[in-house]
Design a protein around this ligand. Structure first.
Ligand code: XUL
Length: 531
């Protein structure tokens, strides 16, 4: 049987088709395209619509729908025997919200296969744009919601996170405050994940417990909406939100639109999830004690948790995991965008970047860069600004090494709350192809780092979730260990080993980095460079 996984990320849409025959799993199709270059008429930059306010980040749901339509053309024309397609699931950038008009359900059910999807989606939106995870414009709404529920600690105890600007609850509150008529005409608010699943199934899809936990609205204990948070966010929100369901729920079948327009079979549409929960499956982390680091548009570090352990420092999050358990995660906004900013500032290719990295010594002679090109999530930095300590702005190798070391040290420093002794790291995301970067990761964490055959673990995770849900829906019992076996094992030959001498350098440097970070946050004196 074939299982299709899709990943609608910030910058691109990717598809993976997984073939499962008995115990054998193999990826038989993989395709990706970039929103900026392949759908230029939307005018996105790195998948985001231009805005004069650096705190605002919105994108186009119509563009995502058009991308889905185009990707399905590729899938149906792939040469695979597509009649064997049993189920589809997906992964999407987390937190982003899509606002549909009253009556959208009827329109979803009647999408016309004689016409492209994009204009039909445009007609059912009550808000033309979708705020996405990079938005940091809701500081006021975060404070209001936290105050109304009894403080950030209470909010975190229930929802797994204190109020965060990019989370969907604060974003919904901002929309309600700024555009009351728009909010009033909204019949359903979807996440990017449940929106795309709804387009495939031709009916409103539920939000899964993984993506639902990125909203500051869902109670982790019950996996249902938390009344106090709904009331604190916007009036009559409950009737506007989808149901919450486990990630393995069958939403329906591919609707007539996809069957008639693309010649696809009536495959099961499985609930979509967020990219990080999907990546947890795609990196095989179905047991506690290991972590993955994803170096994508955002950099994230995450691992499975059997019981929800809330971060008292207010940095990290507890999300639902696709297994029905939990996952801990810490998120950094200045991931690939920061690496690209340094690369582009010096006009480098990625190979030049790797060579420059190798030219500066590990520890960078105590030269430090604080890489907050964009407002940062971890730590909380509302106003962007980079800081250099003993580092000249035109030192190419120094700046390249400084951005990579800063990112890896920040990942290590801010993930202590997860309480995992990291001895093995599963590396994923675009920049995980770069072994020089992985060497810095191994040395900072003093851990073995492995790469994967399939680079997009979120997309693979979606395909595996489709396989799992198909089995569950047919009463076949399958464990998560069995689901991920044979396709998510890291490649042993790719192991990057830590070097004890370099780790010792980073232990020292991390103290300096923490002091520079505190200083940049206005919480400490100008650090002295060790002599
Ligand atoms: C997770 C987060 C990012 C996005 C990126 O909380 O904000 O990792 O999911 O797509």
């Amino acid at each position: 049987m074939l299982y299709l996984g899709l990943d609608s990320s910030t910058q691109s849409l990717t598809a993976v088709v997984l073939e499962v025959e008995g115990d054998r799993r193999r990826v038989v199709f993989e395709s990706s395209f970039n929103f900026d270059t392949e759908l230029p008429r939307y005018g996105t930059r790195h998948g985001v619509l231009p805005s004069p306010d650096p705190a605002v980040a919105v994108s186009s749901p119509v563009m995502w729908a058009e991308a889905l339509d185009m990707m399905m053309t590729r899938v149906s024309g792939s040469g695979l025997d597509i009649s064997r397609l049993a189920a589809i699931s997906g992964s999407a950038q987390q937190h982003g919200s899509v606002y549909l008009r009253e009556g959208a359900a009827e329109r979803l059910a009647e999408l016309d296969p004689g016409k492209p999807l994009a204009p039909q989606v445009e007609e059912i939106l009550s808000r033309g744009v979708a705020p996405i995870w990079m938005d940091s414009s809701t500081t006021d709404e975060c404070a209001e919601i936290a105050a109304k529920v009894g403080g950030n600690d209470v909010l975190a105890q229930h929802t797994g996170s204190r109020a965060f600007e990019r989370f969907t609850g604060p974003q919904i509150r901002k929309f309600y405050k700024q555009d009351f008529p728009g909010y009033s005409s909204t019949g359903r608010i979807h996440l990017v994940s449940s929106f795309l699943a709804s387009l495939l199934a031709g009916q409103h899809a539920p939000i899964d417990t993984g993506d639902g936990s990125g909203m500051n609205l869902m109670d982790l204990a019950t996996f249902d909406w938390w009344r106090d948070a709904l009331d604190a966010t916007a009036p009559a929100l409950d009737v506007r939100l989808p149901l919450i369901a486990p990630g393995w729920v069958v939403v329906g079948q591919l609707s007539r639109y996809w069957q008639a327009r693309h010649g696809l079979p009536p495959a099961k549409v499985i609930a979509w999830s967020g990219d990080n929960p999907s990546s947890l499956i795609g990196t095989g982390l179905v047991r506690e004690g290991r972590v993955a680091i994803s170096l994508g548009t955002s950099d994230t570090i995450f691992g499975l948790m059997r019981e929800p352990r809330i971060d008292r420092t207010g940095t990290g999050h507890v999300f639902g995991a696709p297994t029905g358990e939990y996952m801990g995660i810490t998120v950094f906004k200045n991931g690939s965008l920061a690496r690209e900013r340094i690369r582009d500032a010096f006009g480098l290719t990625w190979s030049d970047f790797s060579r420059a990295l190798a030219m500066a010594p590990p520890g960078n002679e105590n030269r430090i860069l604080i890489p907050w090109f964009e407002p940062e999530i971890t730590p909380d930095v509302p106003t962007p600004g980079i800081r250099r300590f003993d580092l000249s702005a035109d030192d190419v190798p120094g700046n390249v090494r400084a951005v990579i070391e800063a990112q890896q040290m920040a990942l290590a420093l801010h993930s202590h709350w997860m309480g995992v002794k990291v001895s093995t790291i599963h590396a994923t995301g675009g920049a995980s192809a770069n072994r020089e970067i992985l060497q810095v990761m191994a040395d900072v964490f003093d851990a073995d780092v492995y790469q994967f055959e399939v680079g997009n673990s979120a997309c693979l995770g979606a395909a595996l979730r489709a396989f799992h849900a198909d089995a569950v829906s047919e009463g076949r019992s399958v464990t998560w260990d069995e689901v991920v076996a044979g396709v998510t094992e890291p490649l042993q030959s790719t192991r990057v080993r830590p070097d004890p001498a370099r780790h010792a350098i980073y232990q020292q440097l991390m103290q300096l980095y923490a002091a520079c970070e505190a200083h940049a946050l206005g919480r400490g004196p100008e650090p002295r460079r060790p002599t």
